[in-house]
Structure formats: C-alpha cells, structure tokens
Design a protein around this ligand. Structure first.
Ligand code: BGC
Length: 765
C-alpha cells in the first residue's frame, strides 16, 4: 500500500465490533485519554443536578465522549434504579418524556420473586432503550448494614444471597432489552453521611461474606455491562482507585468483563483509578484527561494500562444502541408498565399483622388519617427519584376501590398541606433534600376530633410516612422512632375505634425500617406498603380489598429497638452537626463514624446476629402474612458435590388463592469456623395456588455457597458433617427440616484489601 493509500485507509477507519485492536493502535494519546473521561457536568436543566449533554437525552446523568474521526459515538448514562431518570419536559417541545416510577429496590427484594423481577425490569429496560439511553445507573445494591442508611430504599436486603439473586434478575431484565446497567455502589457505601470520604473499615471475612458477596452473585449470574465504584474508601483506600477491588476481586476472581466507572465526582487520583482498572471517569472533567496524558508522558502511567481500559471502553461501546444507530421512539408503553407496576408493588408489600382477619375490607366509610395518605410517597429522593407523570395517592386508590373517605378529615389534611406550602413560601426552611420533596412532619389531630370520627366511620386507616434519600442518613429520633404526633394519633384512634367495636388499620408508606415493637399490639392490622412506585394508592387498595393477596416477606429484620442492632455502635444515627462533617481541604483528627466507620459487628448483621444471639425482634427477616395459610410437607434433601438439592411441597390450606415464598436456611455442623445459627442459602416462590392446590418447589446450593471465609488461611471452607436444611416461612418460623452429609472443602484465594490493623469485632458465639 502506498503511503497515501495508508493515510486514506486510516482516515476511513471506523470502529466496528471486529476491529477494536486496530482502533486502539490508531488512537492518539489525547483520544485515548478523552475516551476514558466523560463529557462532564454540562448545562443544568431545571430540576436536574447532572445534565451533561442536553443534545442527547436531557436530564441524563452523563455521557461518554465521541471521537468522530473513528466513528465512536457518545453513549448516554442515566439513573436509576426505580425507573429511568430523565427530564420530563423539554424546551420548545410539546411532547413529554415521563418515565414509570417503579417499586424501589427494597420492594423488589420483598417480593422474593426473581422471575417476576426479571420480567418487570425488562419493561424498565424498554424505557431506557426507547428514550435513547445506553446504560441505566442501577441497580443500587449495597447491603442493609444499618436501617438508617439514607439510601437503603434503593438497595435490596440485609442478606447477601437475597440481594445478589434479586440484583442478578434486575440486571438480566434490563439487559434483555439491548441496553446495559451499572451495578452500584461498589462497595462499602453503607452510609450517606460523609459518603465521599468515609473510610469503611472491614475485616476480610465480613467483606467477603457480606459486602462483596451480593456483588459477586450479581456479577456472576447477571453479567452486567458495567459496575460503578463508590465514593468512599475501604480500609484506607478509595474504592475507585483500588486495584484489589476492581481487578483482584471483580475481574480475576469473579470473571467480570465489562467496564468500571466512577461514581459522580472528580477525585485527584485519576491515574491511580486508571491503574486500578477503573475504565471511565464520570461525569468527567478536562483536568482528568490532562492528568492521564501527563502521566503517560512522564512515565508514571504505563500506556499498556491505558490501552487495556480503552479497549474495554470500545468493547462496551460496540454493544450500545447508540453505536448500532438504534432509532429510538421516545414512546415506551407507559400505560402497560403502570399496570405491571401496580401488581408488582402489591407483591412486595408485607402484611405484618392481621388480627381476627381485620383485612380484607370491603367498601364502607373510612376515617383516613395521616398526611401521606393524601400525598403518598412513591420512592426516595436524590438520583433515585424518577420523574413520573403522576403518583396515585392512597386516598385516591381507596376511593377508586369503593371506600368513602371522611370528608372533614380530607379537608383538614388538605388545608394543612396548603398552610405548610404558604409557610415555606414565607421562607420557613424545610429539611434539605436532594431532588424530590421532603415529607412534612405529621400533624396532630385533636383527640376529641378523633373520637368524633369513630362515630361516623366504619374503620380508621392511619398512614405513617417516611422518606429518605441520597446525601443524608436517617435519624433514630422522630424517624426510626415514631413522632409524638404519630404516637398520639395511634393511641387516640385505637382507643376510640376499639371502644366503638371498629377496626384500625395502619399502612406504612415508608422507605426503610422503623420502630414497631412499642405500638404493634394496638392496631388490628399493619400493612407495610413501602414506597412502592407511582401506583402506590392502587396497590395499597388492592391489598386492603383482597384483590391482591399479600405475599411479600421482609428482606430485613425489624428490631425491637434501634440500639439492639450491633452496627448502631458504629453508625452516625443522630445525624451529625455540620462542623463534624469537615471542611474540604482542611486537615483534622479523624472523627469516628464520619471519617471512618468500624464494621465492628463483623458478620453479625441482621438475622445472622438476632437468631444467633437469640435476641428478640419485632418482626423477623423473611416474615410476612397472607390472607390464606400454607402447609409445608415432604421435605427432601440430597447431597450433591458438597452442596445439596432439596424440595418441599407447599399446599394452600386456606380459603383464597395465594403465593408463598419458602426460605431455605442451612445450619452448618460445628467444628469449622464460628457460624451464624443458620444462613439463607436458597429460596423460591410458588405460583398463585388455589385453595387446596399444591406445588413442589426445588432448591439447590453448591458447596461454594455453603462456605465461610477463613481469614487466617485466606480460603473459603466448608466443614464436614451433618448440615440441617430448614424450610421456613421466616427466619424464625421453620416448618420442615432435613439433613445431608457435607464434605470438607476449601477454595484458597488471594489475600486482598486487608485493613491496616484488623478491626476489633464483637463476639456473639
Ligand atoms: C450517585 C449515583 C448516581 C450518580 C449520577 C451520584 O451522586 O451516588 O448513584 O448514579 O450520582 O446521578
């Protein structure tokens, strides 16, 4: 080839799925350094924190940078996780671009229904695809280490197996539509206070068995296109710059072959991030590109490291709809998705109490108490807040289902909302929330007025609301614990209605765990509705009327007191005065729970602790009632390569159709490592069983799933001996058992991410 021909050929060289190596060879250093840095925080749209390239998809969180010469398009990244987050209204455009507000992650986990989650999430994937987005920044899947983490609503569970399996289903669902996800926030981002700088100090066993295990399952079984590193440090090092984490665990141990991107910020260590295996700096800034160029030029960054990341970026780009030139419609099936959301939300709600079959209720006059009954909460705030076309309030759902609401109460709450709005307009500050709306504190209702409502209504429904979100954690006072106004209302209503021989139903429209032990005896029924998406009112009404039979079960423990939770000893549960949060750039003595957090509870998180320590809880992990009853029979277990296969038959012994989740906990033989009393190793949910109908559910867990991590030997190990397999309706409700003989096995692994000095852990056993 002549020189001229070569120049022409290279001028025509465009990226294809088959010429990635050639493209890398062709790229200049500047182009490489540009490709691995996002396009930056661009012009801000109203209501949006991050609108990096308004020409592509307004309201998207970020984009990658195009290189036109080589046919490399920009790709679009957008939040997640309770639906696609983009701007709903565009200047000079009469079309709207609303997205469906799906149930939050916690609700998905409480369905325990992985096939359903996968199907539902395929519809969210359609919205991502049809609105021209390439990657959804979701699912959020940090473990519920402590119930006050402000972003727990986005996350799934206190248990890594449940979290991992639901997450993998989420990933498969979205990616079935030809778009990608970014599993986040990898890892140890378990509090929001000082989330950018906090050092999560975690010993290897807890790290591997809990905080990484859910990601491991999601990566192995979901095969996400991308993973998002978190803001915080683990054991002294920013996760985004941690080679052990991003390469040692993620790629070498778990076989991840996609790209890693940073969470949204610009930390000084760009070059370390590149070396660690972080392929994309988001949202990206020119000084990051500059740092990379300089480092290659001065020899502190090996070009081979940069080329490796660039190659992975190109492998990602060729998979995207942008690259393939997909002609997106901007018209996803929002109506169809809303119907599915209504059903899925109901399936994730948990019936906590139903004394004397107080529920279901058919029609009648209802005294509906609580601000969030009339302005219901669909999901949390922050980047996880979706711009949906509407939120169906609980009041609306109940009315549509045939209930008549007490008009004087309706009026009372409406006037209070108006008053609060004018008060804000006058300048009274509210709680500072990032994107979305703060929930007004509950208003007192005069005791005599409550009594009067009991004369003219058939039942009382009290809605208690809580919201939380990105950038802050919840508090123990007036948040985890009820406020004085809420307690008073509960007391007054229960006294008045019970005296009149009428029922009180409590609906919890909350995003995270609250205190229930002190008041749960009072009402007749308690429905944990969560913040389950835009159809909240209809889904609640479906359960209250019995149109849907509740089948959700808790994906976390409801303790008696907040301080019963071991991690409460190391969590900023009172919030923190601003002065303790530090001033950027200013040095100070590290402050406990803010600058660093000791995971001193080790593996004793959630039911692992409560079951083993035999500590009373308010509602156990895995708990949830139904309008029907189920019997478990014919438990079978057989050993298989050190693991087991098992089955149990579930029969609907009640009067209405329903679904049941069977949780399989395993107690390991003594003699190996100290282990929790039992651990969830498998679960499955029946189809809708008619009265009298049975279904046999099957389960399996391999030996590796049964293993615990031996820190000294740096290996996963199973002990030889008799394993007890418990078929349970909750962590405390074992219905059938069977045993199998397990073998001693071990899996040596590299020693990774050790803390500078081991964290001193509590002993439970
Ligand atoms: C959040 C991420 C989110 C990103 C982009 C960050 O502040 O932590 O979850 O995906 O912003 O909006």
């Amino acid at each position: 080839m002549t020189l001229a021909a070569a120049v022409t050929a290279s001028a025509q060289l465009k990226l294809t799925a088959d010429n990635i190596d050639q493209i890398v060879r062709e790229m200049t250093l500047e182009e490489k350094a540009t490709l691995i840095v996002g396009a930056g925080w661009g012009s801000m749209n109203a209501g949006s924190v991050t609108a990096s390239d308004t020409r592509l998809v307004p309201g998207a969180a970020g984009t990658t940078q195009p290189i036109a010469r080589l046919g490399i398009p920009a790709t679009v990244l957008s939040d997640g996780p309770a639906g696609l987050r983009i701007e709903p209204v565009r200047q000079g455009d009469s079309q709207t671009y609303y997205c469906t507000g799906y149930p939050i992650g916690t609700v998905l986990a409480c369905t325990w229904n992985t096939p359903m989650v996968e199907e539902l999430l395929a519809t969210m994937g359609e919205e991502v695809h049809e609105y021209g987005v390439d990657v959804l920044l979701a699912p959020g899947m940090n473990l519920h280490r402590n119930p006050l983490n402000g972003r727990n609503f986005e996350y799934f569970s206190e248990d890594p197996l449940l979290s991992g399996k639901i997450s993998a289903a989420y990933v498969r669902g979205i990616q079935s539509q030809g778009v990608g996800v970014s599993v986040k926030h990898f890892a140890g981002n378990d509090q929001e206070i000082n989330r950018m700088e906090n050092d999560a100090r975690i010993n290897p066993r807890a790290l591997r068995e809990l905080y990484l295990k859910n990601f491991e399952i999601a990566v192995r079984e979901g095969k996400p296109w991308t993973v998002m590193s978190s803001y915080n440090k683990i054991n002294g090092k920013y996760t985004q710059q941690n080679h052990d984490l991003l390469t040692g665990f993620l790629r070498d141990e778990w076989g991840f072959d996609g790209i890693v991107m940073t969470d949204w910020g610009n930390k000084a260590g760009t070059v370390d991030a590149v070396k660690a295996g972080n392929d994309l700096m988001e949202p990206g800034a020119p000084n990051e590109t500059q740092r990379v160029i300089e480092a290659v030029n001065n020899g502190t960054l090996d070009i081979a490291d940069l080329d490796r990341n660039v190659k992975r970026m190109l492998q990602y780009i060729v998979k995207t709809p942008r690259f393939k030139g997909y002609d997106f419609s901007n018209k996803p099936d929002l109506e169809g998705h809303a119907k599915l959301v209504r059903e899925a939300a109901a399936e994730g709600m948990v019936l906590l109490k139903n004394q004397s079959d107080a529920l279901p209720l058919q029609g009648g006059n209802i005294a509906l108490f609580g601000l969030t009954a009339y302005k219901s909460i669909a999901g949390g705030t922050g980047s996880g807040n979706v711009n949906k076309a509407y939120v169906r309030n609980i009041s609306e759902g109940l009315e549509a289902a045939g209930f008549t609401l007490d008009a004087r109460l309706v009026d009372y709450y409406a006037k209070y909302r108006d008053f609060a709005a004018s008060e804000r307009a006058l300048g009274a500050g509210g709680r500072n929330v990032l994107l979305g709306e703060a929930v007004l504190p509950e208003i007192a209702v005069n005791s005599q007025a409550v009594r009067a409502t009991a004369q003219r209504n058939d039942a009382a429904v009290i809605v208690i609301g809580r919201n939380a979100g990105e950038g802050d954690d919840r508090r123990m006072t007036d948040d985890f614990n009820l406020t004085a106004a809420e307690t008073q209302l509960l007391n007054d209503a229960c006294a008045a209605y019970h005296q009149a021989g009428k029922k009180v139903i409590v609906v919890l429209n909350i995003g995270g765990v609250i205190e229930t032990a002190s008041w749960k005896e009072q009402p007749d029924a308690i429905l944990l509705a969560w913040t389950p998406g835009q159809e909240v009112g209809n889904s609640v009404a479906d359960i209250i009327t019995g149109k849907s039979n509740p089948s959700g079960k808790l994906s976390m423990t409801f303790p008696v007191n907040y301080l019963d939770i071991p991690s409460s000893a190391n969590f900023p549960y009172n919030g923190q005065p601003a002065r303790q949060r530090g001033v950027p750039g200013q040095q100070r003595e590290p402050v406990k729970d803010i600058d660093y957090t000791n995971y001193a509870e080790g593996i004793w998180v959630g039911y692992r602790y409560f079951n083993t320590a035999k500590k009373e809880v308010s509602f156990p992990f895995g708990y949830g009632l139904s309008y029907t009853t189920f019997e478990y029979s014919k438990p079978k277990v057989s050993a298989k390569n050190g693991g087991f296969t098992a089955s149990v038959t579930v029969t609907n012994t009640g009067k209405v159709a329903g679904k049941e989740t069977v949780e399989v906990y395993v107690s390991a033989p003594e003699g190996g490592l100290v282990k929790p009393e039992s651990e969830l190793k498998a679960f499955a949910k029946t189809r809708l069983l008619q009265p009298g109908e049975s279904q046999t559910l099957t389960f399996q867990a391999d030996a590796y799933t049964l293993a615990s991590f031996n820190e000294k030997a740096s290996e996963w190990q199973t002990a030889a001996g008799t394993y007890t397999v418990k078929f349970a309706a909750s962590a405390l409700d074992v219905r059938q058992m069977a045993t199998f003989k397990g073998k001693a096995k071990s899996w040596p692994v590299k020693t990774l991410m050790l803390p500078e000095t081991p964290v001193e852990e509590i002993a439970v056993k």
